[in-house]
Design a protein around this ligand. Structure first.
Ligand SMILES: Nc1ncnc2c1ncn2[C@@H]1O[C@H](COP(=O)(O)OP(=O)(O)O)[C@@H](O)[C@H]1O
Ligand SMILES: [Mg+2]
Length: 297
């Protein structure tokens, strides 16, 4: 059964585009639904199991980075979650495989984007100014070309509307130089490690977004979701070619379908037919299986 939306009578609910977040005081409960967005619009049709696959991917990466950085995940086992919060017992079936109980930290107001390939808004900015986030790049780069070393191209974390591109010096003004350098260096280190690993498994991680939080002693933790298709661009090595834009590995079928309609990309989004749903679900499963080496279904 696809989960489009949850309405648990616990804590304080904040609904994001894809996740329902319950503030339980010391902890947050992040429930990843099967909602999917395309062109920034949440579609009415869910992709069954998408939330489970994304949650298991985040869990995979927290584990992958366990030697590199502390993180917020307490548990993603529904059994443990309902043991700690018995009031959630009646939702155990919904929670299963799609929830993370995490420690609540003070999240830095910065989206730590790292780009290992030049595409999307980064490519647009480069074509216009020769720079991304104030970083001057060599001339003559081709679209989708690999960047060495990967670039730290932060944005603000807007409560509403679009995140704004900012420079590293803007980050310094916001949180101080020491912390800014730390999160920049960690972001590049984590991305680079994941990029090399994914490449060895046939997947290009073109770019991604990390978020970091602080505890009372200013220790840094990796928070939010990590290296999922919702926070990253994944391409298939076999389809990759420099000099053009790449199709989104996970949302390709949805985008192609929506582009075939006479829809102005303003909400509400249209329903998506069953074959597009099934193909898209297959893509999420494929990414998971490729990356982790474990068969999901
Ligand atoms: N460990 C944590 N402590 C506090 N806040 C967190 C933690 N992990 C994630 N968050 C925050 O929870 C929110 C999740 O919302 P999200 O599903 O991303 O919605 P949106 O679509 O608005 O981005 C984000 O603002 C994120 O920064
Ligand atoms: Mg978010």
């Amino acid at each position: 059964m696809a989960i489009k939306e949850t309405n648990f009578d616990v804590g304080i609910l904040r609904r994001g585009k894809v996740r329902d977040v319950y503030d339980l005081g010391e902890h947050l409960l992040l429930v990843t639904t099967d909602r999917i967005s395309a062109f920034d619009v949440i579609l009415p049709t869910p992709i069954p199991d998408k939330g489970k696959i994304l949650t298991m991917m985040s869990r995979f990466w927290f584990d992958f980075f366990s030697e590199d950085i502390k993180h917020h995940l307490v548990t993603s086992y529904s059994s443990t979650i309902v043991w700690m919060y018995p009031e959630l017992k009646k939702y155990e079936d919904i929670l299963k495989n799609r929830s993370m109980l995490v420690r609540k930290y003070k999240v830095l107001p910065i989206e730590c984007i790292v780009r290992g390939y030049i595409t999307g808004s980064g490519w647009k900015s480069y074509k216009r100014t020769g720079m991304i986030s104030g970083i001057k790049l060599p001339s003559g780069l081709k679209e989708s070309q690999r960047l060495e070393p990967p670039l730290f191209t932060p944005t603000t974390k807007a409560e509403q509307g679009h995140d704004q591109e900012i420079t590293f010096e803007d980050v310094v003004l916001m949180i101080g130089r020491e912390l800014a350098e730390k999160i920049r260096d960690i972001s590049i280190k984590l991305y680079s490690k994941a990029r090399d690993y994914a490449l060895s498994r046939g997947i290009i991680i073109a770019d991604t977004k990390f978020e970091f939080g602080l505890d009372e002693d200013e220790n840094i933790y990796l928070v939010d979701e990590v290296l999922t298709p919702d926070s990253s661009r994944f391409w298939y090595v076999e389809d990759y070619e420099e000099g053009r834009s790449q199709k989104s590995f996970d949302k390709q079928f949805v985008r192609d379908y929506l582009n075939s309609l006479d829809w102005d990309k303003a909400p509400p989004g249209p329903e998506v037919p069953a074959d597009v749903v099934e193909n898209t679900r297959g893509r999420y499963i494929q990414i998971y299986n490729h990356l982790t080496g474990e068969d999901l279904f």
